[in-house]
Each structure stands twice: as C-alpha cells, then as structure tokens.
Ligand binder design. Structure first.
Ligand code: PMP
Length: 458
C-alpha cells in the first residue's frame, strides 16, 4: 500500500466523470473511485491510493492485473485481422471452443457472445428452439430461484430472482417462474439441514408439476448463488436437481458466469457436484475481464436438430462482437495462465485457508454465517445471532468503509429487497499470495470487530 501519490488531474477527472458518465447500478451522487492502473492483485486510484482488489473487479480478474502474455496475445491478434463475423469462423474461436471443451470435460458446442447476460439469453433461445424442433413446442418456461442473478437484459433479468432489480422495468419476459433457494442459514421451509428432505430441490419438481411438465423447457441455476449472497447448497442438491430434470425431460442450464474457470476450486462449479449440465453459460473468468467475451456451451446431442439444413432449422441468432478474434485470443492466453500456474488448485487452497483464518469471526455477534465456495466467500452480517435480523445498512457501510480505509475492496451482496443486502463478499484473484491472504483476513476481521468496539451489542 505504498506510493500514495496523487495522479495529476484527479480532481478534473472526477468533475468530468460527474458531468458525463452514467454509472452502473449506483446512486448518481456517489463519488466513484477512478482506477488508473493495476498490478497483480492491486489496483491504484487517481488519488494514488492502492487497494487490494478483493472482488477481482466484478468477480472476474482471476489471473490478476497486468498480464503481459494476455496483452501480447491481444496485440498479435489485432495485427492479423481486425474483425470477421461468426457466421464464418476463425482460428482463435476454433482453438478456444476446443479448449473450453477440454475444461468442461464433456462434448459441447460453443456459441460465443459478449456478456454473461447474452450467454443466458442464448441458452433460453436455444432451449426453446430445441423443443420446437423436437416435437414439444409447448415447452417454453424456465424455472429459476429467488435470490438468483442471471443478468440485466430482458430474458436474463426475467430469470433473475431479485424483485427490486426488476420492479421498474416490468413487464419482463413471460414464462419465468421462481422457487425458493437452498438457503440453509435461513431455510425457506423452516427445516434444518440433516433433518430435511431437501425441500428446496423438491420445490423444483413441484414447480414443474404445477406448471405442467410439457410447458417447461429448462431449469437455470448457478452452482452456488453468488451475487445473491453466496448461498451454498447442500452437496446433494444439484445432483437431485439433475435427477428431477431428467425425470421430466427438462434441460438443466448451469450459469457458470462467476463460478467457472477455477473460482469454485474446480474447473467449473458443477464439477464440484458431479453433474453434467445440458447447457453451460460462462463469461467473466473466461478472459479474466481483459476483454468482453461469453459462451454458451450446448451438449453435443442437443445441437443435432439445429444441423438439419434442409429443415432450415439453424439458430437464428447473431451478435456482431460475439466470438471477437481478440477476445478469443485473450481467453486462450488467460486459460494458459490458469493452467500453467495451477490456479484452479490455488483457488481451492485459498478458500480453505481463508475459511480457517475467518473462523474467529464465527462467534462474533454480528456474524451470522460464513459461506465459502472455492475462493469465493460470503460473510452474512446480522444484528445479532439469535434474531438473525440482517445487519442494517450502516453496519454494512461501516465494514466496507473500514476495509477500504485499510486498502481492501470488498463486495456487498444479497438480495435487493430492502434490508437483505447484508453479505460481505470476497472473491480475490487466484494469484493471491499467502501474505496477501493474511492481509485480507486480518483486514476483514478488524473491520467487523470495529463494529462492536464502538457500540455495545444488545
Ligand atoms: N450470471 C451471473 C451468475 C452473474 O453473476 C452475472 C454478472 N454478475 C451475469 C450472469 C451477467 O453477466 P454480465 O454482467 O456479463 O452480463
């Protein structure tokens, strides 16, 4: 955290930002940090202050900042050809599709887009068209979970299970139903894990039956709900969901936009649970955020009906930048780093270590639960253990502010229902060193302990 030299023009940038830039999902009067450089796990703002990038940007910079080989791959690719559309093909797209298959460990066809939202839109359209072309045209609905986030475009937002994100944009897409999440800390069914029947998984079967199985095309879920508050299901949940999907002929769409590419401690989050999805969507860690790219991986057998040329049954979807050459080259360089530096294994290690170091917080009066999935972590803050009332906004702000003051950027996640945005999240770059991990844990512990240092707990 050395070198706090203001970068000249910082004030001017801020005033121009205030004048011209419209920020994502933030109240307009907040003053943003303006980041000017990054190196490894650290980023520097226009004031010259360095921060540990504890959320890997927006859950994406898995290999850290300032990677020469990625920059070089982009440069070399840009020199060869500016652009060509994905109605045809190009070498980086082909190589990357092969590499993604290797990472998935099964046989998938890869459709490229620009963002996680796009990848989910594509999944919904492919699922619907698949049933159209296979004698079940009435299958059009999707089942998702409350608390889930699947993106900001209309279909992806329809699948999202957070009311406040949707309220002012309705009506959204029709045919998206939601069931309660597998949230053991606040079990929506009033059960305790170990003594329950996995009612959370059964709710999916119930929804399929209530809606009518012949109207349901797919179930979409992240392996672990990340942005919705790091909701980690019991180990039997995803296999049971797979079984239910098989029983009713419903496609299982797994959103790996955050969990994929090592974050889960495996190559993909669904590998942690031993299930094979029909469709896998991915973005963020695919390029570690160096360039926009996403992909929808579709089980090879599902692609068959799209191949029948004479039936004019191809997928009628195109986007100009999906599969962009430079992004594909960047993704290949990024995946090479993940492999060469064994960062998937590192992710599992980081999660275990972080979990151990945060153990001391488990008895803290304002810590209700700590949940980890690979190296992603959620610390659920509450007013007190017994009531489990979600921590008020001022406590969240205090912890985030204290972390920031000490040079650590953390996330705030949960539900956008007022009062339920009470989970502090951590998603450090997979290159985080042991010393840096100690810094993260020490900082978060100090920031949470500061809550009780200043005020008595009732
Ligand atoms: N799915 C999940 C699980 C996500 O977390 C996100 C973004 N945070 C998306 C989809 C949408 O991705 P994008 O912002 O790239 O559209």
């Amino acid at each position: 955290m050395s070198g706090e030299q203001p970068v000249s023009g910082a004030e001017e940038w801020l005033s121009k930002d205030r004048k011209y830039v419209w920020h994502h999902i933030s109240p307009h009067n907040d003053n943003p940090l303006i980041f000017v450089s990054g190196d490894g796990c650290w980023i520097t703002d226009a004031e010259g202050k360095r921060y540990f990038d504890g959320m890997s940007g927006l859950w994406c910079v898995n290999v850290g900042h300032g990677r020469e080989t990625i920059a070089r791959a982009a440069y070399e690719q840009m020199k060869t050809i500016a652009y060509s559309p994905m109605m045809q093909s190009h070498v980086p797209a082909i190589e990357l599709a092969e590499k993604i298959n290797e990472w998935l460990g099964s046989d998938y066809r890869i459709f490229y887009s620009n963002s996680g939202s796009d990848a989910n839109e594509v999944a919904f359209k492919i699922a619907r068209q698949h049933f159209h072309q296979n004698g079940e045209p009435s299958r059009h609905k999707f089942i998702a979970r409350h608390r889930a986030y699947h993106g900001s475009s209309f279909g992806a937002l329809s699948a999202t299970g957070q009311a406040q994100r949707k309220l002012k944009y309705e009506p959204l897409g029709a045919g998206f139903e939601h069931v309660p999440p597998p949230y053991c800390y606040r079990c929506p069914f009033g059960q305790t894990y170990g003594n329950c029947k996995l009612e959370c998984a059964e709710a999916i079967e119930d929804a399929i039956n209530w809606e009518g199985a012949d109207s349901v095309a797919g179930v979409i879920m992240e392996p672990v709900i990340t942005g919705g508050g790091m909701i980690v299901p019991p180990p039997e949940y995803l296999p049971k969901v797979r079984e239910i999907c098989d029983k009713y002929g419903v496609l299982l769409i797994i959103d790996e936009v955050i969990c994929g590419f090592g974050r889960s401690g495996e190559r993909f989050g669904h590998h942690n649970y031993g299930v094979v999805p029909d469709i896998v969507t991915m973005a963020k860690g695919l390029t570690s955020g160096y360039s926009p790219l996403s992909a929808t991986a579709v089980r090879a057998g599902l692609y068959d009906s799209f191949k029948a040329k004479e039936a004019n049954s191809h997928f009628r979807h195109v986007n100009t930048f999906g599969g962009n050459q430079v992004s594909c080259a960047v993704a290949l360089a990024n995946l090479a780093i993940l492999e060469e530096e064994r960062l998937v294994e590192r992710s599992a290690y980081l999660g275990q270590e972080l979990g151990q170091r945060l153990q001391v917080l488990r008895t803290h009066p304002h810590v209700g639960d700590i949940r980890l999935f690979g190296s992603a972590c959620g610390i659920e803050l509450v007013e007190d253990h017994a009531s489990k009332v979600p921590a008020a906004a001022d406590k969240m702000l205090s912890v985030i502010g204290e972390c920031r003051r000490r040079g650590l950027l953390v996330g705030k996640n949960g539900d956008t229902v007022p009062g339920f945005n009470n989970i502090i999240t951590l998603c450090p770059p997979l290159i985080t060193s042991d010393d840096e991990l100690e810094f993260i844990a020490g900082t978060v512990i100090a920031a949470i302990e500061a809550l009780t240092a200043s005020q008595p707990v009732s």
